[in-house]
Design a protein around this ligand. Sequence first.
Ligand SMILES: [Zn+2]
Ligand SMILES: [Zn+2]
Length: 315
Amino acid sequence: MIRRACIGVPLLLVLAAHFALAQSPGAEKTLVVMLGTGTPLPDPARSGPATAIVTNETAYLVDAGTGIVRRAAAARDKGLKALEPTNLRIAFLTHLHADHTLGLPDLMITPWIMGRKEPLELYGPEGTQAMVNHILAAYSVDREIRTEGLEHSNNTGWKVNVHEIKPGVVFEDANVTVTAFAVRHGNVNAYGYRFATHDRTIVLSGDTSPTDAIAENCHGCDILISEAYTKASFDLVPAEWQKYRLTFHTSAQELGAIAAKAKPGLLILYHRGNAGCDQARTEECREAGSEAQLLREVRQAYSGKVVGAHDLEIY
Ligand SMILES: [Zn+2]
Ligand SMILES: [Zn+2]
């Protein structure tokens, strides 16, 4: 029942968002589109982590998990033209873990095959350029065939302008100011992002263990999007997985404390990690890491508005 109730509210938000778009196409509300809410777990219902901030008919992507371009096309089919694959031109990576970048070749190549002429503008941590170079090298045969053969693909849209970032303002245009801040994700060079548009401030935690940077950057923001894992599942996994979780991720209880300081208008849960249980694949372990359990635990620690996100929901 809890799960049903949680699904119901975002669907209303989706409808309200569409209504707002239909009413005033010129000055629409900034929207958050959950393209992928998953983790490395190959859950058919959840693509790898990817989020779109859509404002002034322009999409700004955060992370490129598995399935990103297909989920964008599905959002396009719901009426969001900014997520037409050929319009995917600007993306920010929180870090280079595979679950956040397995869709990067897709994001580089598929929109180009569909006709994108502009290079992808890609912001990410140190190492992003090397990753892009390797992907370009891996697909060089395909690129030659498409540009020199009968497909007649353009010779610009496959390119990527990489911007390796440091903490601070990393992007600014007429629609949005994007600030990157360092987070604590074990030994990984990882960032969270803050998006400030004409009407909303949205903060994404990226993957992180507890850090003051989340509350400092949200500070009463409209939306905080965060990862979290459950204490119930933590208690069931072996000590080495517990150590991993403590070093790399945030528990429901820790997130509750962070959100109480950050005071977001809405806390959105995604990337519900269940490391150790995903590998054990027992029913008990799966249940202990369920979305319903995560919401229960976060609500015990936090009295503000919180939802568990699903793919293709719009906030
Ligand atoms: Zn990670
Ligand atoms: Zn991750």
